[in-house]
Write a protein that binds this ligand. Structure first.
Ligand SMILES: Cc1ncc(COP(=O)(O)O)c(C=O)c1O
Length: 410
């Protein structure tokens, strides 16, 4: 990378290669734009700067995790308000690393119960089981579609589609993979519990293509995460000098201290990420304003479906726009999706919907259901989401309103 006092892109420009200008000139903006008359699930959240930094990284011959990943980790930890950030190659990997590290450090006993919401992403649930813990499935709140209330055991608080989960318990572990920039009061998700997982997949608020991160202010936990993401070895741990001294008979270059995986990001993902972080504030402001406006406008139509307005005292990060058909609506979810898709509006089920009704659930022998799941069942049978984006404005809202009216009043 460039000398410390010089930005890498400035350094390349000083050598005669203006990568910012190159990317600005050649970036195919049409390929990234919203096709006219459509409401897509996601819009690219990057620009030429990310591409220029990635080219610089390649030209410098750096592929594996290095100074740009470290710079991204510092920037994301500062953004969230934690001491540490550990970047990995996906949000699912972040969940696996975080939960495995909680067990490795004794924050959770092997096999301990962890309350998991019935509605979430598949790997929110799978990672709990893969870390040797016991997923205990409970229903979500009808206004948030997240876990709510006070719990007597550790909780995986999944902040669903940008809505922060207000669940409390003896230990809060956050799945913030789809809620970058959401807040409860003044506190950012990612800095609410002992640790949090984020995703930087293409369709999320910010992206590194594929990517993820764990945030925490627990130094021992962060060290365990660093080992677990990279083969279980001692490198990158803050306590490595002491650990190496305690195992002086083993070459420290290949000293393995905890059973790990290889879930490291590439340096290209770090290059992308460092220019993504400063964009978050503006993006979330737009998504939040859109979410408020869309909720009010759809509710005003008086159609047989409900929306999920921002909860009092929270900041909704507007990852996607969920809707739930009324039980007595004159059409089913499949028909609604088909009619919306025919109008250029992309749709999806609400994440994994009721995860206990997915075939994979039966392959998690330790997992169990606690209590009835009427909200998760309603979501499973009648819930959909459409896209939300920092790039959406009045045109996309108009398309949605017209599409819903046509679909439900046809
Ligand atoms: C709540 C939640 N958890 C986990 C993930 C998984 O993230 P990734 O696709 O980066 O593995 C997602 C992905 O959208 C998600 O929404």
């Amino acid at each position: 990378m460039a000398p410390k006092d010089m930005d890498a892109l400035d350094a390349w420009a000083a050598k005669g290669l203006d990568l910012r200008a190159l990317a600005a000139r050649w970036l195919d903006r049409d390929a990234l734009a919203i096709p006219a008359g459509t409401l897509p699930l996601a819009v690219a959240p990057f620009d030429g700067l990310e591409i220029a930094e990635t080219i610089a990284t390649l030209l410098e011959g750096r592929l594996t995790m290095g100074s740009r990943v470290r710079a991204f980790e510092r920037a994301w930890a500062d953004q969230v308000g934690t001491t540490h950030c550990i970047m990995v190659n996906s949000g699912s990997s972040a969940l696996l690393v975080m939960l495995s590290a909680l067990v490795a450090t004794g924050r959770l006993e092997p096999g301990a119960d962890v309350i998991v919401p019935a509605v979430g992403w598949s790997t929110s649930l799978f990672a709990v089981a893969q870390a040797g813990l016991t997923p205990v499935i409970q229903d979500v709140g009808e206004d948030s579609l997240c876990l709510e209330g006070a719990h007597d055991r550790p909780v995986l608080a999944v902040h669903l589609l940008g809505c922060p989960s207000r669940a409390t318990g003896p230990l809060i572990i956050e799945d913030a993979c789809g809620a970058h920039g959401a807040r409860i009061g003044g506190r950012a998700v990612g800095n609410i519990g002992i640790a949090a997982a984020f995703s930087f997949f293409f369709s999320h608020h910010l992206t590194t293509g594929e990517g993820g991160a764990v945030t925490t202010s627990d130094t021992e936990l962060a060290d365990a995460c660093r080992s677990i993401r990279a083969h279980g070895w001692v490198r990158e741990r803050s306590d490595r000098v002491a650990v190496q001294a305690a195992h002086a008979d083993i070459d420290p270059r290949f000293l393995f201290v905890v059973p790990g995986y290889n879930l490291r990001p590439t340096e290209l993902a770090g290059a992308f990420g460092i220019h993504q972080v400063p964009r978050l504030g503006g993006y979330v402001a737009t998504r939040r304003a859109n979410h408020r406006q869309w909720c009010a406008a759809v509710a005003d139509l008086g159609l047989p479906l409900r929306v999920f307005p921002e909860l009092p005292g929270t900041t909704h990060a507007g990852f996607a726009f969920p809707m739930l058909l009324d039980a007595d609506a004159p059409l089913d979810r499949t028909t609604l999706c088909r009619r919306l898709e025919a109008k250029g509006i992309q749709t999806r089920p609400i994440s994994g919907s009721n995860l206990t009704r997915q075939p994979a659930f039966s392959q998690l022998p330790r997992a169990r259901i606690e209590g009835p799941l009427p909200v998760a069942d309603a979501v499973h049978e009648r819930g959909i989401f459409v896209g939300q984006s920092h790039a959406f404005g009045p045109e996309q809202l108009e398309l949605l309103l017209d599409g819903l009216k046509a679909a439900l009043l046809e």
